[in-house]
Design a protein. Structure first.
Length: 159
């Protein structure tokens, strides 16, 4: 499986990575976000959404509402599976409609609902490597050229 690793040392780095994702991900992409509390999952969704024209303050964690929708050049759908009891509760949210839409669908805590996700998706693992630094490992499951586009973007983090 092709993968791409990006080391973010600041929020500005995360913004650059988010902009690269916004440019690389085609419509109807499902993005599974993995990582611990505070790993930067919501912050990454905010960076992608802002790159697509969504106001930064509009993007919040959907922990209590379970799904947020943001209108940008591409719609952004933002799920949070952290508080769900089981996969049936996730399926009651109607994720297939979002998966088939022309937007980008992000699922935080995707490992909790993995069997409900499409086989073809992008997985991004966010790992804290310091107080403000993160490592984002992006893997394309089931094909697609998003990883090649990210690699071609020649992303560099600033120290």
């Amino acid at each position: 499986m092709p993968s791409f690793e990006f080391h973010s040392h600041s929020e500005a780095d995360t913004d650059r990575f988010g902009a690269a994702l916004a440019a690389a991900l085609p419509p109807s992409t499902v993005i599974a976000l993995l990582g611990t509390l505070g790993a930067g999952k919501t912050r990454l969704v905010q960076a992608v959404a802002v790159a697509l024209g969504v106001p930064a303050d509009a993007v919040t964690s959907p922990t209590f509402v379970l799904v947020n929708e943001y209108a940008g050049r591409l719609p952004v759908f933002h799920f949070d599976a952290y508080r769900l009891r089981d996969e049936d509760e996730f399926l009651q949210l109607g994720p297939d409609e979002y998966f088939e839409s022309p937007g980008l669908t992000f699922i935080e805590w995707a490992d909790r609902v993995e069997s409900c996700l499409p086989r073809r998706r992008i997985e991004i693992r966010a790992e804290p490597t310091g107080e403000t630094s993160r490592r984002f490992t992006t893997t394309a499951l089931g094909g697609g050229d998003a990883i090649e586009k990210l690699a071609a973007a020649n992303l560099r983090s600033e120290h």
